[in-house]
Ligand binder design. Structure first.
Ligand SMILES: [Fe+2]
Ligand SMILES: [Fe+2]
Length: 250
C-alpha cells in the first residue's frame, strides 16, 4: 500500500498560502499514484469559511481518496464547526485491505497545543487488529522534532499516548504541525512527521515537502519529496519483523 502523507496546506488569502506550490505539489501527488492521501491537518490558517472553501476547491486537484484530520489552525474562529461540513468526521477508523487507519483530532478550539484524551485513546485500541497493520494519524506531534524551533506543542498526554502505541506495537504514526519532515523509530513503532505542503512558512532550506510511504509485508519506507526541486529523498526504511531501521535523514 502506498500513502501520500501531506500536511499543513494553510489555504489563505494572506501570506501563508503558496498556490503555485500547491498546484505543482498536487501534480506530484497524482504522479506518485498513492492508494490513499492522508492529510494531517492545518488545511487553513484561520479556520475561516473562505479558507475552508478554498481548501475544498484546491484539493479537487488531487485525484486519490483523501483522508483528513483537523489541525490547530482549522479549529480557530469556530472553524471546528466547519471542519465536519467540509471534510467529514474528525475522528474515525477507516479499514483498507490490510490496514486500519485511525484518524484523530488532536486540536482544540483556539489553542495551539493539542491533546488526545481518554476517548481517543480508546479509539486507538479499537483500531488495533491482529490481522491488519494499524496506522494512527493526527496533527500534533508525540515527541520533539529537530530543526523546528523551541518545543512547545507536543500533545499534553504524550506519555499515555506513546505508552498505548508502543505496548500495542502500532507500526506507524503520522503527524504534522512543525512544518519539518522527520521520522524516528521507537521500539517497534515508526513516528513520521510530514513537512508543509504549500505554506510559505518553511524552515531554512527545507522547502515545501510531502512524504510517500510504501508499506509492504515486512517493511515501511518513507520518501520525502521536495516539491520545488521535484527531488525525492529516501528518508527512512523500517523492517517490521526485526524492528531495525536505517535512517538517512538529510
Ligand atoms: Fe501548520
Ligand atoms: Fe499546526
Amino acid at each position: 500500500m502506498k500513502i501520500a502523507h501531506i500536511s499543513d496546506i494553510h489555504c489563505n488569502e494572506g501570506y501563508d498560502f503558496n498556490e503555485k506550490m500547491f498546484d505543482k505539489a498536487a501534480k506530484l501527488v497524482n504522479k506518485s499514484e498513492p492508494d490513499v492521501v492522508f492529510i494531517s491537518g492545518d488545511l487553513t490558517t484561520w479556520g475561516l469559511l473562505y479558507e475552508y472553501d478554498l481548501a475544498k476547491e484546491k484539493l479537487k486537484q488531487i485525484k486519490n481518496k483523501l483522508v483528513v484530520v483537523p489541525g490547530n489552525h482549522d479549529e480557530r474562529n469556530l472553524g471546528w464547526k466547519l471542519f465536519p461540513e467540509f471534510f467529514g468526521e474528525t475522528d474515525f477508523i477507516h479499514s483498507f485491505d490490510d490496514i486500519n487507519l485511525v484518524g484523530l483530532a488532536s486540536s482544540e478550539p483556539d489553542k495551539d497545543g493539542g491533546r488526545l484524551g481518554r476517548g481517543r485513546h480508546k479509539r486507538i485500541v479499537e483500531g488495533i487488529s491482529k490481522n491488519k497493520k494499524t496506522i494512527i494519524g493526527f496533527h500534533h506531534h508525540l515527541i520533539p522534532i529537530p530543526n523546528s524551533g523551541r518545543e512547545t506543542n507536543i500533545i499534553e498526554d504524550a506519555g499515555e499516548t506513546l505508552d498505548i502505541i508502543l505496548k500495542n506495537e502500532v507500526p506507524l504514526v503520522l503527524m504534522g504541525h512543525r512544518h519539518v519532515p522527520w521520522a524516528v523509530k521507537i521500539h517497534k513503532t515508526l513516528l513520521v512527521n510530514a513537512g508543509t505542503f504549500s505554506c510559505n512558512r518553511t524552515r531554512a532550506h527545507f522547502g515545501n515537502t510531502f512524504n510517500i510511504i510504501d508499506i509492504n509485508k515486512d517493511e515501511i519506507e518513507v520518501t520525502v519529496v521536495n516539491i520545488e526541486k521535484e527531488k525525492q529523498n529516501k528518508m527512512i526504511k523500517f523492517n517490521l519483523s526485526d524492528g531495525c531501521c536505517a535512517n538517512k535523514y538529510f
